[in-house]
Design a protein around this ligand. Structure first.
Ligand code: SF4
Ligand code: MG
Length: 321
């Protein structure tokens, strides 16, 4: 199968500036060399603690914040090489939804106008068809045409996320980056929005890159999971393999943080992380996880472990299991 999207050696570095003349004194390697592919119709989850670079990766993929280095290849073409009509098409095909849709919805605009905006901006509909398309998309995400004349503040958090989804979906994208779309919602609403995303994926043959800070949210929605730590992928495997046979000490620690008891881990050595995530502006030498890893040995403090293995890849000198 041919991937719909491939990311090659993706890097995003930010300069650290200091003083009144903004002298550059270093750089933060927010995303530090990612390689992965996403296949048509699948959901790949990107999981890690805040600051690990997962949102930055999502924003780089949809070209909101283009990468410093590396390639984003979408449907066989490198994004950086596109221009004109091809670039506009790729930009509508790649959409993103955010954790807090409220902040991306202009509070002074009615929902009908907020949904019409992307259609008109991308010249994807004649003026005469716009209102029909808006009504249709509202129906599809579980709202209705009477919501068109309302303002964002008149909706609940869950409804606002439905509007955020509608705004992305109205452009008929192929791939949607879902950046923690349910993290800010009440637990009772989370399942509804996840089910909506699942249904839409089936009905519209969508591919998702689903970003989350914990494994709980992605267990039922993802086909594969990539675990990120300090700008790097440390483990990538099918969802069931991540849960049944986690091989990276960090993945094991994340699973222990997951509140539902995991019977598959009962007989394993319990891996508990020590300390906090290091400052990404000053990452540890060698394996980025060595400062918190109870299994760390001398080599871990010197050499960066590469991500190896084909179906279940792991970046660790002493993988578990
Ligand atoms: Fe721990 Fe070493 Fe593996 Fe890093 S390489 S996760 S420090 S055992
Ligand atoms: Mg984030």
């Amino acid at each position: 199968q041919t991937p719909i999207l491939t990311v090659e050696k993706l890097k995003k570095y930010y300069p650290i500036k200091k003083g009144i003349i903004s002298r550059t004194v270093g750089q933060v390697k927010a995303v530090d060399g990612l390689d992965f592919s996403i296949y048509p119709g699948e959901t790949l989850a990107l999981v890690g603690e805040s600051g690990c670079g997962k949102s930055t990766t999502g924003r780089a993929i949809v070209q909101l914040d283009p990468p410093t280095e590396g390639k984003v290849v979408f449907r066989g073409k490198e994004m950086a090489s596109l221009s004109g009509a091809e670039l506009r098409k790729a930009r509508t095909d790649l959409q993103i939804i955010f954790q807090d849709p409220y902040s991306s919805l202009n509070p002074r605009k009615r929902i009908g106008d907020l949904l019409a905006e992307p259609l008109l901006a991308h010249q994807l509909a004649e003026k005469s068809e716009v209102s029909k398309k808006v009504d249709d998309i509202l129906e599809i995400v579980g709202l209705n045409k009477y919501h068109r004349s309302r303002y964002p503040h008149e909706f609940s958090g869950g409804q606002r996320q439905r509007i955020g989804i509608a705004r992305a979906l109205i452009l008929q994208p192929k791939l949607i980056v879902c950046d923690e779309p349910v993290s800010a919602l009440d637990v009772s609403i989370q399942a509804q929005v996840l089910n909506l995303l699942k249904d839409l994926q089936k009905d519209f043959q969508l591919t998702y890159l689903f970003i989350a800070h914990g494994l709980g949210a992605v267990k039922y929605i993802s086909d594969r999971i990539a675990i990120m730590y300090l700008g790097k992928i440390v483990e990538l495997a099918k969802t069931q393999d991540i849960f049944k046979n986690p091989r990276h000490p960090y993945t094991q620690a994340l699973l222990h943080a997951y509140p539902i008891p995991n019977p598959h881990l009962r007989n394993r050595e319990r891996i508990v992380m020590e300390g906090d995530v290091p400052n990404p502006a000053n990452p540890p030498k060698g394996c980025g996880f060595h400062t918190r890893c109870p299994l760390a040995k001398d080599i871990c403090r010197e050499q960066i472990p590469g991500l190896t293995g084909t179906n279940h890849s792991v970046a660790c000198h002493f993988p578990v299991g």
